[in-house]
Design a protein around this ligand. Sequence first.
Ligand SMILES: [Zn+2]
Ligand SMILES: [Zn+2]
Length: 167
Amino acid sequence: MRFKKDSHKDTHKGGCTCGHVRYEMTSKPLIVHCCHCRWCQRQTGASFALNALIETERVELLSGDVDEVMTDSPSGVGQIIARCPNCRVAVWSNYLSMGKEVRFIRVGTLDDPDRLPPDVHIYTTTKQPWVVLPKKHQVAKEFYVVDKTWSKDALKRRDIMFAGRKG
Ligand SMILES: [Zn+2]
Ligand SMILES: [Zn+2]
């Protein structure tokens, strides 16, 4: 039972702005990306995107439903952005280059987004100049080496997550 209690404190609830979509991350994320690429800047209309990566099976839709909108991504294969059908706020996405096993939760849609600061900043070559990164944060010019950046626990979870894949 102790396991259950421990895992509970790492859960995160969130939703869209009109309240139609409510969801829960049932554990802490694998890693939190702060992406400074131009694509994220355009798609959010802001200076960066903050995404918590987590196994798709660890995201529970508590109420409502989502519209899945195919959107271009830098890899060329696209991402599917899940939006509330009413208010159109994006709550998460799946990058097709990474597979449907990983969901990118938009941290700003969590009830308490302060609990998930970034673990790593990516594509910082296009970081907007006024954004000053904390000295302690991990920084990558583009992307990073997963084995050197994810926690041991997250790497174990990655192996389980992709174990079902062929090849
Ligand atoms: Zn909504
Ligand atoms: Zn990006």
